[in-house]
Design a protein around this ligand. Structure first.
Ligand code: PHE
Length: 378
């Protein structure tokens, strides 16, 4: 029995207390940390993007990136619990997510401050020079044709058109151009089809070729329209025809395989060369200048007799403008006009030359390049 008051512990072995040192926080697996980061990142991005006003955005900012109790801060604290070996990877990922959350916040700030601020296109600044719209315009050849029609219209000539693909009757035969004439050489024309076919019609005094399939070609002159007009109407005839014609010429500054002519035709009783010359002079004065001169040089065309070359000049020398003459009796015959009763004059002028002369164009090839820098000048 132990005495009262004795130290009961005195006999007991001294047991030193053992302290187990627990880590401050439990170890967190890297994958858990990353999952947490990812969901935080997604939720923050969603909250910032959907914030409809400043106060919602501010609340989201405090919730996710608030300095004291923001969720990002909380996740950052968890970084210390990640195993040391995984910590660099976790830290790297943490920084990336932090940056992307901050960027999402910034873009939400910009989005909400832009609302309510007038955007550049909504407010008109009258001091800014206006955007100049470039309007299209008519080709200089078309402009010239319009003016020629206008001038000749005032002289009583009606504008008519004819086909560009012609038969030999209208392009040659009725115009008194016989089968052996060099102008009918296949190499001088753009025949459509078989140009080697023998010709049935020799000259205009013979009846029209009854062949069911006449040879066709791209018309080489607008004189075809003389025939087409006289075939369908009786004198008095007073017409012009402006349009494209085709010849296999090598292109140079004054030639092109396609070009434009203005054909004129006047048939009535008692028409003379004096009418032709005064008509052309009146035309030239209107088209160019008051002091323009007209010169006729003797020439030959199968469909006019006599025939002339027409030159015009003002200021610096003569320019060849085309051909003209009194309509050949054979031509009047071919269309059923009585050459004893009627006479007429015809002329054909090159429209490119008129256009080039009026605008100072040195090379007609420019007209067909379709370069808007050139065309815009007219
Ligand atoms: N057709 C002729 C040519 O193309 C021009 C011309 C027309 C000549 C009318 C006389 C009469 O060259």
């Amino acid at each position: 029995m132990l005495e009262h008051g004795s130290d009961v512990f005195a006999l007991m072995p001294v047991v030193r207390p053992t302290f187990i040192i627990q880590p401050a926080t439990p170890v967190m697996a890297l994958s858990t940390f990353l999952t947490e980061l990812d969901s935080l990142s997604a939720e923050a991005a969603e909250a910032f993007a959907s914030a409809a006003d400043q106060s919602t955005l501010e609340a989201a900012r405090v919730q996710f990136v608030g300095a004291k109790s923001g969720r990002l801060k909380a996740v950052q604290k968890g970084l210390g619990a990640v195993d040391k070996t995984d910590r660099p990877a976790a830290g790297k990922r943490f920084n990336e997510v932090k940056q992307s959350i901050e960027a999402a916040y910034q873009s939400a700030v910009e989005r909400l401050t832009a609302v309510g601020r007038p955007t550049a296109c909504r407010c008109a600044d009258p001091t800014i020079p206006g955007a100049c719209r470039r309007l299209g315009r008519l080709h200089p050849i078309t402009q010239t044709i319009d003016e020629l029609k206008e001038i000749m219209g005032r002289l009583g000539f009606t504008a008519v058109d004819g086909p560009e693909v012609e038969d030999e009757w209208h392009n040659f035969v009725a115009l008194n151009i016989p089968a052996d004439h060099p102008a009918r050489n296949p190499l001088e024309n753009f025949y459509v089809g078989d140009a080697a076919k023998p010709q049935a019609v020799e000259n205009a005094s013979q009846p029209r070729d009854p062949s069911p399939q006449p040879l066709l070609l791209l018309r080489s002159q607008t004189s075809t329209v003389q025939i087409r007009t006289m075939e369908r109407m009786r004198p008095p005839v007073r017409i012009i025809s402006c349009g494209r014609v085709y010849r296999p010429d090598t292109a140079d500054a004054t030639h092109f395989p396609m070009f434009h002519q203005m054909e004129g035709l006047l048939v009535d009783r008692g028409v003379t060369m004096a009418d032709l010359k005064s008509t052309l002079r009146l035309f030239a004065r209107s088209a160019f200048a008051d002091d323009v001169h007209i010169r006729f040089r003797p020439s030959f065309f199968p469909f006019t007799e006599p025939s002339v070359e027409v030159d015009m000049s003002w200021a610096d020398g003569w320019i060849e403008m085309g051909g003209a003459g009194m309509v050949d009796p054979n031509v009047l015959d071919a269309v059923g006009y009585d050459p004893e009763e009627y006479s007429g004059f015809a002329f054909g002028l090159g429209i490119e030359r008129i256009c080039a002369r009026r605008h100072g164009i040195a090379d007609i090839r420019e007209l067909f390049k379709n370069d808007v820098r050139f065309l815009h000048q007219f």
